[in-house]
Structure formats: C-alpha cells, structure tokens
Design a protein around this ligand. Structure first.
Ligand code: GDP
Ligand code: IMO
Ligand code: MG
Length: 427
C-alpha cells in the first residue's frame, strides 16, 4: 500500500527534485499534485543536469510512471517543449500520464499574471509570471479550462468565452490592454489536443488501483510549506497547497493511504520573490551562501534570498504536514564556516516566541534568536555514512533534528544522485 509524500519544508528549492529522483528508482509512480511550471526542480545524474518544471522528477527513472495529477495546472506549450527537450536527450517520456481534470494555463492567464504584478507595484508578490495564480483563480471561480475540454470544441469555445468575458473588461478598462480574441485562444488550445491525447487519462482511478495492487506511489510537491496558500506567509505565497493534504485532493487519494510524509529541508534557508524571511542575510555570509550553494532560480534565473537555518519554520512544517522524516540537503554548502548560527526562536515586540506566529504582522516583526554551533572545514562530499561526517557536522545535524521535530533520515552532501547519506530507509 505504501504511498509517500515528498514536499518542501521551507520556501521552495530545498532539493525536492534530487530527493524524488533518488527514490524514483524504487517506486512505481511519481505524481505531481499541485503547482505548475512555476516549479524548477534540478536533477543531476552523472554528468547530466536536468531542469524540470512540470514533469515529475520520476521521469528520469525508466521503471517509474510519471503522473500529472488533477491538482496541477498545465501549460501545454511548456509541457510539450519539456517533453521534446528530454526526448532529444534520449529520455523516454512515453509513460507519462496526465489527469483529464487538471486545469490548463491559458495564454490569457499568463497575461493576467504579468499585468496584475505590474499593477501591484511595490506590493507585488514576485510571482514567476507563469500564470499560476490566475489559473487557480479561474478554477475556484468555476471558469477554468480543463485538459478534457480540449476534446470538445463546442464546450471549449463556450468556456473560453465565459472566462474571457470578465477578463477582457479588466484588461481593456482597468489595465489599458488590448482585448484577447476567443477564436485565437481556442485555435491555439485545439492545436495541443492531439499531441497531448496519448497521455490523458483518469489518473485518480489508476492511482487508487495501483495502491490496491500494492504498488509504491510517491507524491512530489512543488514549492514549499511556507508558500502554501493556506499555511504559508500569505499573501506572499503560491496559489495552491504544497502541504501534505494537497497530495490527497490534488491526486484523488484518501489520507488513510499515506504512510510517510518526507519534508525536504535545506541546511540553511532561501526564498525567491517578496515576503517576510526572518533569517535573511544582507552581508557577506548571505552572499557566500548564494555563491557556494548556487542559489539562483531554476525557473526565473532570479538570485535567491539566503539566510541561516530557521528551526521555527522547520517545526511548523513538521506540524502542518505531519512529517515522519526529513531529508536534509546541501549540508556540504556549510563547510568552511567556523561558527554556524541557527535560529531557535523569534523575538517579537520584546517577547521570546518559540512557534510560528499566526499573525502576519507579528511575523513581519519577528527577529531571529540565534544559537551558534561550531562548524567544520573537512570536505564532506564523499561521505557515505553518518559516521563519515566530521564530529561538528554530526552535531549540527543532530541539533537540527532535535529542534525540528522529526528524524533526519537522509542527508545531501552534493547535487549528484549518489551524493547522499541514507540513515533510515524511506521504503
Ligand atoms: P527543488 O525546487 O526543491 O527541486 O530545488 P532546486 O532544484 O530548485 O534547487 C536545489 C539546488 O540544489 C539544485 O541546484 C540541486 O542540484 C542542488 N542540490 C540538491 N541537493 C544538494 C546537496 O545536497 N548539495 C548540494 N551542493 N547541492 C544540492
Ligand atoms: P520549486 O518547486 C521557489 C514563489 C515565487 C513567488 C510566489 C508566487 O522549484 O520549489 P507563483 O508564480 O507561484 O504565483 O509565485 O511563489 N515560487 C517559488 N519559489 N521555488 C518554487 O518552486 C516556486 N514556485 C513559486 O517566487 O514568490
Ligand atoms: Mg526549485
């Protein structure tokens, strides 16, 4: 029955792609359950580096069936170019399955995303500009276009008309833009129908049957816990639920089926886009983390904001996701610091606060309270077991584990598939 969820425990870019790929060889299905091509997941296999946006990271494991679940928003042009890019590199993508209920990111959703951000000015979210928010808004407003609509021209036309009705008013009257023509959008979308047809199916039925047949299913989250629309740093969040419950709604699998929830946790913290970030560094340490960690966005190429590890956030991720394990990534990036500060609590308006405040205003005022742990200088990238790590690196991992509330079952010591220390097996 084993169904596992693998998700980001911070603000995204924790190394989910690498972790999923690592497990991909031992699971039957890897399922994306939310988000879209706002995600950028890097997988390094030997000397080959892959940047995946919409496709589940299991696509690189030949025995694994990759699935795009109903909760995902799909930009068909991005999907097709990602598929052809992989095919050109010799990756077989023929096993891919796409839910007919997944919503489509239409060209007008991308336009609305960009225009809205510009209109917000200083208050912008810093979105990836991929149309994610407007597509989920259409879904909730019940004017979304689903993958299955591509196969009924009359329905598609009616739905695009309904969706554009209000949007064209906004675009022309509020944003001073040209109206978008229904025919043009319908024609573009119909052009994708045949190319996507071989992949489209009832993924909910299929995944439940697979679980009944004792297959191993891994649900791969995009983004991270603090970017969750309900549990993240709203409004500076993405428009879906990367948290564990999102796997159930976004794939059509009941919570009783999920046996393990793995939080991917970077040994320090990063964030892209706007919003509060208590441990953010504006000094040379921040610059060094960015340089050594290669902290540049896979999707937008923006520099990531960098800071020290925040145990308050990690504890929060354990709680809202019911984490059973952590996969700690990028420990190698911290090699060379004599002392490593770790945020253990916040000071908010003169008071010590141990848990993430629910009030947005409080979180904006939160100042990190640090404990400083001794660093190490030895190269750890060849370490294969926990005992291969220098004593101070071992102590750093143990301290993080204690503060974060779930066992650290694997440690990343480099970007490659094999640069991982496995402590407890995930399967
Ligand atoms: P994702 O969005 O969570 O999949 O993460 P990204 O791919 O956006 O960013 C993580 C980056 O860290 C990628 O460049 C990975 O190749 C790299 N990475 C993952 N794990 C490790 C690790 O343990 N050590 C190092 N040095 N790099 C890692
Ligand atoms: P992965 O899966 C980091 C951020 C954007 C912005 C906010 C809303 O690679 O971890 P959106 O385009 O989703 O409406 O933007 O969310 N964001 C991410 N940050 N990693 C991601 O994905 C992200 N996907 C969205 O920068 O702040
Ligand atoms: Mg990423």
């Amino acid at each position: 029955m084993p169904a596992l969820v693998l998700l980001g425990a911070q603000w995204g870019d924790e190394g989910k792609g690498k972790a999923t790929d690592l497990l991909g060889g031992s699971v039957d299905y890897v399922v994306r359950y939310q988000g879209g091509n706002n995600a950028g997941h890097t997988v390094v296999v030997g000397d080959q580096k892959y940047a995946l946006h919409l496709l589940p990271s299991g696509i690189l494991s030949p025995g694994c069936t990759p699935v795009i679940g109903n909760g995902v928003v799909v930009d068909p042009s991005v999907l097709l170019s990602e598929l052809s890019g992989l095919n050109e590199r010799g990756v077989d993508t023929s096993k891919l399955l796409i839910s007919g209920n997944a919503h489509i990111i239409t060209p007008y959703n991308v336009t609305v995303d960009k225009v809205t951000e510009r209109f917000l000015g200083k208050r912008k979210i810093g979105t990836t500009g991929r149309g994610i928010g407007p597509t989920y808004a259409d879904k909730i407003n019940r004017v979304g276009i689903r993958v299955q609509d591509l196969y009924d021209e009359s329905i598609l036309t009616q739905k695009v008309e309904a969706a554009l009705d209000g949007k064209n008013q906004l675009l022309t009257k509020l944003y001073n833009r040209r109206a978008i023509a229904v025919d043009q959008v319908v024609e573009e979308l119909l052009g994708y129908a045949e190319k996507l047809a071989p992949y489209v199916t009832d993924t909910v039925l299929l995944l439940n049957q697979a679980l009944e047949a004792n297959k191993v299913v891994l649900f791969e989250g995009g983004q991270g816990t603090l970017l969750d629309i309900d549990h993240g740093t709203y409004p500076f969040v993405t428009s879906s639920n990367p948290t564990a419950g999102g796997a159930c709604t976004g794939a059509g699998v009941g919570p009783t089926k999920i046996s393990r929830v793995i939080g991917i946790l970077k040994a320090y913290t990063t964030r892209v886009g706007s919003g509060p970030f208590p441990t953010e560094l504006f000094d040379e340490d921040g610059e060094a983390l960015r340089r050594i960690g290669g902290e540049r966005g896979v999707t937008t190429g923006r520099d990531r904001r960098c800071g020290w590890f925040d145990a308050v956030i990690a504890r929060y991720a354990t709680r809202v996701n019911g984490l059973t394990d952590f996969f700690l990534t990028k420990l190698d990036v911290l090699t060379g610091w004599e002392q490593i500060p770790v945020c253990v609590a916040y000071e908010i308006d003169g008071k010590r606060v141990e848990e993430l405040p629910y009030s947005q205003s409080d979180f904006h005022h939160a100042k990190p309270i640090y404990e400083t742990l001794p660093g190490w200088s030895e190269d750890i990238t060849k370490a294969k077991s926990f005992s291969d790590l220098p004593k101070n690196a071992q102590a750093y991992v143990k301290a993080l584990e204690e503060m974060s509330g779930a066992p650290i079952s694997a440690i990343g010591v480099g970007p490659g598939r094999d640069e991982t220390i496995e402590i407890n097996s995930f399967l």
